[in-house]
Design a protein around this ligand. Structure first.
Ligand SMILES: [Zn+2]
Ligand SMILES: [Zn+2]
Ligand SMILES: [Zn+2]
Ligand SMILES: [Zn+2]
Ligand SMILES: [Zn+2]
Ligand SMILES: [Zn+2]
Length: 247
């Protein structure tokens, strides 16, 4: 089966990353780890995570309701990179952009969940997207997790209860979803990964292993889903065979 992706001139094939291999995704800064699926052009060593290759060309985002934001394969700025409006970090691969408003988002930032649970706080945290004209805010606030400064212009996760005053960086709230890590599943996936990695391995874990961990987890979940689908279909088939035999 061959696929065509708008960001690459040749057809791509979908295959599994082999054990011991890692490929650099052209859509995001994260590596493609085994046993995840990738779109590949082997001639050019061009790879995309399955989810990066499947990312929609246009999305409507609550952060920018005025215009659809468009998946852009390479930054259109002469510097060759963009600064993400959500996390403030640079990027040089895929972005979701509104050229009219100079809005640019990493693919993974564009798909940040609207709600997460964090072991560092007892309440749910909600994605907070400051309005573009909220920059006059002068009080310096620090992230309750990493204690580094929070920019009032960047996205953050906050507790809905004002008396908690709990506000953190997006990458700190979803510390299994470091910049470069795409996540498009619901918050239940985050709950699972954070509770799994939380108790056994605290802060010492490196980003690298956390990233791999999350991808593996996502993959396991996806495979379970497929397995369930398959066994359901099998059961249905068996049932219809039995019926046919009885008649
Ligand atoms: Zn990717
Ligand atoms: Zn190619
Ligand atoms: Zn970002
Ligand atoms: Zn716009
Ligand atoms: Zn932080
Ligand atoms: Zn709270």
């Amino acid at each position: 089966m061959e696929y065509k992706h708008f960001s690459h001139e040749h057809h791509l094939t979908l295959s599994k990353v082999q054990e011991g291999h890692h490929h650099q995704c052209h859509g995001c800064p994260a590596l493609c780890h085994p046993p995840s699926s990738i779109f590949a052009c082997w001639k050019c060593n061009f790879f995309l995570h399955e989810h990066c290759g499947n990312a929609n060309r246009f999305i409507k985002h609550p952060a920018h309701p005025e215009h659809p934001i468009i998946l852009t394969p390479t930054p259109t700025y002469c510097s060759g990179s963009f600064i993400c409006n959500a996390c403030g970090s640079p990027g040089n691969s895929f972005s979701y952009s509104c050229a009219l408003c100079e809005l640019d988002l990493h693919v993974n930032c564009a798909f940040l969940p609207l709600k997460v649970t964090q072991k560092a706080h007892e309440h749910d945290l909600y994605l907070y997207i400051p309005s573009p004209d909220s920059s006059q805010e002068t009080t310096k606030e620090v992230c309750k997790i990493c204690a580094k400064e929070l920019s009032p212009k960047l996205w953050s996760f906050i507790c809905a209860k004002a008396e908690c005053g709990f506000r953190v960086h997006t990458c700190c709230a979803t510390n299994e979803v470091k910049p470069g890590q795409y996540i498009d599943d619901g918050p239940e996936v985050i709950d699972q990964t954070s509770s799994n990695s939380a108790k056994s391995q605290p802060e010492v874990e490196t980003n690298q292993t956390q990233t791999g961990f999350t991808m593996d987890q996502l993959n396991e979940i996806e495979q379970l889903r497929l397995q369930m689908q398959m066994s359901n279909q099998l059961a249905q088939m068996m049932a219809s065979f039995n019926l046919a035999n009885l008649v």
